[in-house]
Design a protein around this ligand. Sequence first.
Ligand code: TRP
Ligand code: ZN
Length: 864
Amino acid sequence: MTIQLIDYTAPAYDIPETHLDFSLSPDATRVTSRLKLERRDLSADRITLDGEKLQLESVAIDGEIVGPDRYELTDTSLTLLGLGETAEVEITVTIAPQGNTELMGLYMSGGRYCTQCEAEGFRRITYFLDRPDCLSRFTVRVEAEKDGFPTLLSNGDTVETGDAGEGRHYAVFVDPHPKPTYLFALVAGAFDSIFDDFTTASGQAVKLGVHVDPGQAGRAYFAMDALKRSMKWDEDVFQREYDLSEFHIVAVRDFNFGAMENKGLNIFNSSLLLADAETATDADFMNVERVVAHEYFHNWSGNRITLRDWFQLCLKEGLTVYRDQEFSSDMRSRPLQRIHDVQGLRAIQFPEDDGPLAHPPRPTEYETIDNFYTSTVYNKGAEVVRVLRELLGADGFAAGMQRYFTDNDGTAATLEDFMAAFDFGSAEAREAAFRWYQQAGTPTVTMRREHNAETGDVTLVLTQSQKPTPGQTDKAPLPVPLRIGFLDAEGRTLPLSHNGAASDEHHLTFDTAEARLSFSGAAGMPIPAILRGFNAPVKVDTDLNQEEKLVQMAHDPDPFTRWDTGQLMMAEAMIARAEGQAQAGPPLDRIAQALAGEFDRDDFEPGFVARAIRPASVSELLQQTDTPDPAALFAAQLETRRTLSAALAGQRKTEFARPAPDADSLENEAIGRRALRSTFLFLAAAEGESAAELALDAFHQAGNMTDSMAALRALSEIGGSAFETALAEFEARWKDDALVMDKWFSMQAMAPHDGAERVRKLVQHPLFSLKNPNRARAVYGAFANANPVCFHAEDGSGYNLVADALIELDAINPGTSARIVRSFETWKRFDTTRQAHAKAALERVLAAAKSTNLKEVITKTLGG
Ligand code: TRP
Ligand code: ZN
């Protein structure tokens, strides 16, 4: 059944007040709800509540138990009949959290109760209007055994606790802020808790709690610190304060996603909350910081202002990703953050936009909303907010954001409401900007130069084009904000004039299919960078020649541009090699020379250089090649790494001659130098066997998980006995630590040598289980997304391995199967042999699939 945006209608009744009473038990939890209904639609006398997998015990309307003459029951709904203008309804159901393997609704993880309600999980807890525009004030009573479940939590403020007799206890929570069901949460179990305090700008005291598995408290402090910094940052930058007297974060090991922004009670995948230097890499720490901030920021962009319907998902997710990216930029390094985010966008969102699953940030139809938690909604959604900021200017954007928060507080809003808060100068300009939310596909901007040596004028001839995407063939031009700067042939900044004004950098909007932008003051042909900072999610195609690109990658003042042009040149060199045309590609020695210059800059930043000298992964190269050959690309990448490694040997020596950075330090300098050392190791590992000793040494010397992982990753590529030795030692040390063992599983799934066979053996390991999404992703997600050589093996063995797993996984957890299957989305870009294997594998999964989640993704993947 397809749900359409244009079919939206408001519910016939409001539910202003909701009382829930939970009597928790693993196989038979009793949930009693007391709802106050108020008619909205004058002609209504019935209401259809959502409900799935519930055992209905009783229904009472206005104080009287009623029979089936007053309701209609189906597998997915309960319709109450003959209602008046208002009604008091009491419904009792029983549910079995212990058997809930889908991890939606109320379930158990590690013997603790927890919930996940977004998007449509609440309907597995009780009958309700399970839709984001039904805002209700919740009062919740939770009762459980004292033994084993000392901590009881739900949204809002704790107003009462007590003994419930028979070894049980209870707590009552009131959340004064009306909210939709998807933000409901409940937790009960035994936790190690750490507490802290925060005082808001207006002086309100907030008690903060982070609750983790017993014995793990030491790994919770970083998240607590990140939370306090997030609260302060949202006050400083967006003037948003927290609005309850308590805020809790709970870590659970079994979770479908990263984390969830339930009002006042965020629930996290433990992989995105627990971190210390022994067990977490620097990348893990940065992810914890980012996700803690993300979920906290939802308190305004998502909770105080929520969504009218799920088509508006990008309103909370895109905006909140934008906010967390800005937070991370302020906490860490702005240029590095931009590079990190753009790399992610290009690796995941661009292929999505280019393939059968392409959709606009605001889709117009869906079958399963779970399938729309995509990179397009999240990451392109964030880029669109960035575009708006550029179009409006920093002040105009900031003023609009304040208007948005004020005007829509307490409502379920739409993207139209968001756009209405900004002053674009004209209705046409607003409409043009809004198209970013409505059109699918990544635009390509081309730039060609016309230079007049006599007048010194240069004209940039720009075009923009967008390919058709499934269901959307007509594309109108989009307003693309550009930041343009010029260099001369020696790499010096050229302050050219545009419309009479000279500047080192011109901020201009390109909003037509074609445009000619003229600049004066260029004696020779200048070298322009047109998308400095990458403030629009587009592909850029320029007429710069090799020499000009070498100048740009070495000298452009914008670090993003230097990184980007360097990456482009290295990718061109690798792809040319993979196609047996090394001569046609840019010369590696010149590239290496330009990269070496990064080490001598006054503004040398080790973390930046670590990324600049690291050539693209094979997965990234696959996206840039037609009919790619993964093995040939891998070989070309290895060759390129060897060349760079030799060319930068002096720089490597200098770095390793310095004392190692403090293993526990999370300062930029320490993180950056570890990243640089790890890149050097990555380059050297391309030597193969002869680098095994170096890598094993690095593994033994590692003083924290970052260094340990860098060495293990290098060993996984080299393979052989050194890799097996390191794996055995690692397992012996970490076998009792689930999060660390996820890394051990991933490393093997990503190893390029033994192919699918290694993974088939790996999943026989006693610690492997498909029931835990982290573990399933650690093996099959890593294999399908980060082992392109083996996943795309020509004999189809990689596709078949994943297909077998998907069939089994779908019966357990459709949310996770429908996500892993996305690794097939680029199947049509490969040769006919691989296409045939991929198609057969997908058809086999489709025939066996149980869930609509998985079926929807496969049908679109095959058909598009
Ligand atoms: N809203 C969550 C976020 O912060 C996403 C999320 C968490 C989710 N759990 C989920 C989405 C389960 C779908 C299903 O981005
Ligand atoms: Zn989110």
